[in-house]
Design a protein around this ligand. Sequence first.
Ligand code: NAD
Length: 358
Amino acid sequence: MRIVVLPGDGIGPEITDATLQVLERVRQALSLDLSFDVRPIGLAALRTEGTTLPPPVLEACRTADAIVLGPVSTAEYPPRDDGGVNVSAELRIQLDLFANIRPSRTRAGLPHWGRTPMDLVIVRENTEGFYADRNMHRGSGELMPTPDLALSVRKISAPASARIARSAFELAAARRRHVTAVHKSNVLGVTEGLFLREVRAVAREHPEIAYDEQLVDSMAALLVRDAARYDVVVTTNMFGDILSDEAAELAGGLGLAASINVGERHGMAQAQHGSAPDIQGQNKANPVSLILSAAMLLDWLGRRHRDSALAAAARVIESSVDAALQQPATRTFDLGGPLGTDAFTAELCREIDARPIR
Ligand code: NAD
């Protein structure tokens, strides 16, 4: 199986290198049929190819079995016409990666900032909503009719709402069987009403799964107060983006927050955080978010190809990360520990080697 690896910008190359070391470790240990095809994107590709996403790279992603994408410095990109393609958004659109799966869980021994331990997954719709680059057939979802008036168009469709709801209920069936739909139908009755109509229809098909609804503003507070009550949370694009960063921070830190983007045919691992240019090149980045995202991707590949070794590799990475994070002495700087990216990665590889996985 061929995995295309896109290092990205900022801390992207550092955490991608760490992730590749871990993937290579489990590949060898479990004799996995994996190969890694590393391709420059982002500002590096802009300098040499004139675009942040060269067409051959997009094609390589289209034909790959899976993708690992490092964070990208979209805020530094020039306009699209000058080569600044938002790689993350473009891959989500082009490959129809409609479900962004973002788990957050507290870990034994690691401080968390919410009032309760938690283990939840936010299932975020990825292809429409308030994101100006993905809600129009042509043109942008942001308009400026006059110099002093700006408008945003938000797209919510029944098919996209139904398929993200299905993803959430399928996930919940394999977890604690509880789905919460987060919305703002009290002020956006038409769009949020349509979203809820579709989620409720899927909920009726799954009477074995508990279903409830929560307004997004109160959800932000309830995550701090009592995140333990949530299992799978399904919501629209922007609410999911914001709430998943909040949940990740409450569970221990953004540097730990994994995610995958999946559709019917493609899967892409991607850290929840951005390219952290403030710590770029300083060996300070926590690579766990991308490493755990890659583990989620292996699990997805394992289920897709009925390959239990891939799922086992995912579990090995997860448990090795848990073990490494348990002791303050083997944590990265952002978690108050003494280790830089390189030293933490070496520690994690030692944990993997110590596991009886053959
Ligand atoms: P950010 O997530 O990059 O950083 C927020 C804060 O968290 C910073 O203090 C950073 O140092 C810290 N941080 C983030 N990841 C860390 C890690 N792995 N280890 C240790 N500390 C970490 O958010 P930002 O500063 O708002 O955005 C920076 C750039 O990233 C912008 O260009 C933005 O557009 C882009 N961005 C990209 C993605 C993506 O690629 N999916 C997502 C969000 C932001």
